[in-house]
Design a protein around this ligand. Structure first.
Ligand SMILES: [Mn+2]
Length: 348
C-alpha cells in the first residue's frame, strides 16, 4: 500500500473526513517525492488525493505524482479560495497539520465544518523510517561524513570560518546532495562556545578548537553530525581536552541506552549524569538530540521533558555538548538508526 493509502487507512479509523497538509515535509512524505515540492495536499478518507499548487510550482510537475492529482491554481488565486473550490461541501471534520487562525475561521464560516489543527497523523508515521527512507538517509550521512572528514583533514592555518563553511557546502553538492541540511557551522577557538554560531571572518590559528556542525540533504532526507578537534594537536588547553573526554563518554553512555522502548528523557538524563561527574553539566545548554528525516528536527525529541519512547526505525541524533564561556565549546554528534539490537551509526 502506498503512503496515501496508509494515511487513508488511519483516517478511516479516526472519523476525519479530510486531511489537509500544508507543511512541506508532510507533503513530500505523503506523496513520496524526492524533489522539493509545495502547496496544499488534500487527502480525503477515500478517493483521489489532490495537490493544489501555484502555476509557478506546477511548471516542474507532471499532472499526477504517484497517484496524486496536481491541481494548478489560477495566477494570484489565494490558496484558501482554491481549497474551497476543490473541497466543496460534504465534509464535516477536516484536520490540518497547520493553518492560520484567520483561514480556519473563514473555512468554518464558509463550510460549517469542524476544523482541527496540529494533526499528528503524518508526523507519527514519519518518525518510523521505512527501508527506502533509510537508504536515502545513509547516503545523506555518507556525503556529510566523508566531506567533514576531508575538510578537517585539509584545514590550513589562516583559513576563515566562512571559507571553510563554503568549502563544505560546495563539496557536498558536488557529491550529489541537493543542499546543506541547515546552515553549516564552522567555529574556531572561543567562537565554539556559542552552540548556534554563524561563521565569521575569524581565521584559524594553531591550538584552536575547531567545531564543525554540518549535514546534507539527499533526495529530501537529511543527516546531521558535529565534530570537534584541536587544530595542530598537542597545544590544546587542558580544559578542552577534558571537555572532549567528557562529551565522548556522555555520548557513549547515551548510545548504550538508545534502544526501542526506552523513554527519550532517560537517554538525555544518562548523558547528563556523565557530564555532571566531570562537573560540566551546567555547561550543557541544549537537549541531547532530535529525530531527523525529511526535516532536520522532527519527532522524537531527545530532551529532558520528552516522554516519547524510542521505536525501531527512528532515526535520531545524539549530540552532547559542553560550552564554557571564554574557553570554548565541544559538541560531538552522530545520526543513528534505532534497531532492536541498539543504535546503528549512520554518520562516521
Ligand atoms: Mn543536530
Amino acid at each position: 500500500m502506498n503512503r496515501i493509502g496508509r494515511i487513508q487507512d488511519r483516517l478511516s479509523r479516526t472519523g476525519i473526513d479530510l486531511l489537509a497538509l500544508r507543511e512541506q515535509g508532510n507533503i513530500i512524505y505523503a506523496i513520496d517525492w524526492d524533489k522539493p515540492i509545495s502547496g496544499i495536499l488534500l487527502i480525503p478518507r477515500s478517493g483521489e488525493a489532490k495537490l493544489l499548487t501555484s502555476q509557478l510550482e506546477s511548471v516542474n510537475l507532471p499532472s499526477s505524482l504517484n497517484d496524486v492529482k496536481v491541481v494548478k491554481m489560477e495566477r494570484g488565486e489565494r490558496i484558501l479560495k482554491g481549497f474551497l473550490k476543490e473541497v466543496g461541501r460534504g465534509f464535516k471534520y477536516i484536520e490540518f497539520d497547520s493553518i492560520d487562525m484567520d483561514d480556519a475561521l473563514k473555512l468554518k464560516e464558509e463550510l460549517g465544518v469542524l476544523i482541527r489543527t496540529r494533526s499528528k497523523i503524518v508526523s507519527e508515521m514519519r518518525a518510523v523510517k521505512d527501508p527506502c527512507e533509510i537508504e536515502k538517509m545513509k547516503k545523506a550521512a555518507e556525503i556529510a561524513s566523508s566531506t567533514a572528514g576531508e575538510l578537517l583533514e585539509g584545514l590550513k592555518e589562516g583559513v576563515s570560518e566562512v571559507e571553510s563553511a563554503c568549502q563544505y557546502n560546495y563539496t557536498i553538492v558536488l557529491k550529489g546532495a541537493l543542499k546543506p541540511a541547515f546552515e553549516t557551522i564552522v567555529a574556531f577557538g572561543e567562537d565554539s562556545s556559542n552552540p548556534h554560531f554563524t561563521p565569521s571572518s575569524r581565521r584559524l590559528r594553531r591550538g584552536d578548537v575547531v567545531l564543525l556542525d554540518a549535514g546534507a540533504d539527499y533526495l529530501n532526507y537529511k543527516s546531521d553530525l558535529t565534530r570537534t578537534i584541536v587544530f595542530k594537536g598537542g597545544v590544546g588547553k587542558n580544559t578542552i581536552r577534558e571537555m572532549i573526554e567528557a562529551v565522548e563518554e556522555a555520548k557513549r553512555a547515551a548510545e548504550g541506552k538508545a534502544f526501542p522502548g526506552v523513554k527519550a528523557c532517560e537517554i538525555d538524563e544518562r548523558a547528563c549524569e556523565v557530564l555532571s561527574e566531570y562537573g560540566f553539566d551546567k555547561y550543557f545548554a541544549h537537549g541531547l538530540g532530535h529525530g531527523v528525516g525529511i526535516d532536520i528536527h522532527e519527532p522524537p525529541s531527545i530532551a529532558p521533558l520528552s516522554n516519547e519512547e524510542l521505536k525501531e526505525g527512528n532515526v535520531i541524533t545524539i549530540e552532547p555538548g559542553v560550552y564554557v564561556p571564554g574557553v570554548g565549546g565541544v559538541r560531538i554528534e552522530d545520526t543513528y538508526l534505532i534497531t532492536d539490537s541498539g543504535p546503528v551509526k549512520l554518520t562516521f
